[in-house]
Design a protein around this ligand. Structure first.
Ligand SMILES: [Fe+2]
Length: 344
């Protein structure tokens, strides 16, 4: 594993050597500076993962350094730990008002030093992972937006699908990692449509047999697109099997009952519900109650009866209606969409 790099800023030479020694022995990569300006320069060049800085120093002191680092790229994300003399309360207050949350008071024990440094690095890594996940999700949504722009769906389709399936999964008591896989699946389920001809996706007349054949391949195309991305692997069964039917009449493999992954059985209910309750170029939407009755009537044929049960519970709790109301397609969006279709 790569060693985490720590920048130690301390004007007392003996102290600096002692800190460096403790950290290096524990496996950290240590850079040192004896005053704020030098530290700032090093930060610019090397972007250490954590800064450990004395407060009282000649010239640019620790507080000034902290503020200067915050203004640099990556500065806000870098954990900053102050070293302060015992009893220097005003330092602590000054730091707190700036949002600093870590202090080590001198004299320092190596145990305290290492515990604090490790905890701060762990926390900052966790935050980074969270930020990456968010960025990842946003890029997936943008990608899904690419399908929506070509298909007759509106942007809200994916958002509603995500909300409906999340409500059902929570009703089922699924744990967090499963919810996340389901979310990725909901966002990406139709990603394979990027490989389907626009003339088919936007056709107003019924599709011919050959066109249907091509349209149906979006499940396999989608699975092919994401199969090499390890992070998205949990979404793959949803992408591939969301058009399978409980009685074996679905596609691409004609799986039956429990052979169909549970996530795909769940998504297929809400995907159909959302399709029924949305306008399409070739037909108007069904009213929610009609669509709800339709879903119920297909329990045991198209849909897993257990999933329909769960959907009914969410419906009766008013959660489905609430999502519909919150994520209604706006008129402008529809107009924009029709405009985009006209261009193809
Ligand atoms: Fe689909």
């Amino acid at each position: 594993m790569e060693k985490a790099s720590v920048l130690v800023v301390e004007d007392d030479h003996a102290m600096l050597v002692a800190l460096k020694d403790i950290l290096e022995t524990a496996g950290f990569q240590v850079r040192t500076a004896t005053h704020g300006e030098a530290a700032l320069e090093l930060f610019r060049k090397e972007r250490p993962e954590l800064i450990l800085s004395d407060i009282a120093m000649p010239g640019m002191d620790g507080i000034m350094l902290y503020e200067a680092v915050r203004d640099l790229p990556g500065g806000k994300e870098t954990p900053f730990v102050f070293l302060t003399a015992r009893g220097a309360r005003e330092d602590v207050f000054a730091g707190r008002s700036l949002g600093v949350d870590d202090y080590i008071t001198k004299p320092i024990s190596s145990h305290e030093l290492l515990t604090t440094v490790r905890a701060r690095l762990r926390r900052s890594n966790e935050l980074m992972v969270e930020q990456l996940k968010t960025a990842y999700k946003l890029s997936l949504l943008m990608l899904a937006g690419g399908i929506e722009a070509r298909d007759q769906y509106t942007h809200k389709h994916v958002m509603r699908l995500n909300a409906y399936s999340n409500a059902m999964a929570k009703e089922l008591g699924w744990p967090e990692p499963r919810l996340e896989a389901l979310e990725f699946g909901a966002i990406l389920h139709d990603i394979g449509k990027l490989d389907i001809r626009t003339s088919i996706l936007t056709k107003r007349e019924p599709l011919s047999a050959d066109e249907w054949k091509e349209m149906r391949r979006h499940t396999e195309y989608g699975a092919f697109m994401i199969k090499r991305i390890e992070y998205l692997a949990p979404a793959l069964p949803i992408v591939l099997y969301h058009h399978e039917a409980w009685d074996g009449s679905g596609y691409p493999e004609g799986l039956k009952g429990d052979e169909i992954p549970e996530e795909a059985r769940l998504l297929s209910v809400v995907d159909s519900f959302d399709a029924m309750t949305s306008d399409r170029p070739y037909r108007l939407a069904l009213g929610p109650s009609r669509a709800y009755e339709e879903i119920k009537s297909r329990a045991g044929t198209q849909f897993d009866p257990k999933m329909v049960e769960v959907f009914i519970r969410c419906w009766e709790q008013g959660r489905i209606r609430k999502i519909m109301d919150e994520l209604r397609d706006d008129v402008e969006e529809k107009v924009a969409l029709v405009g985009a279709r006209e261009l193809h």
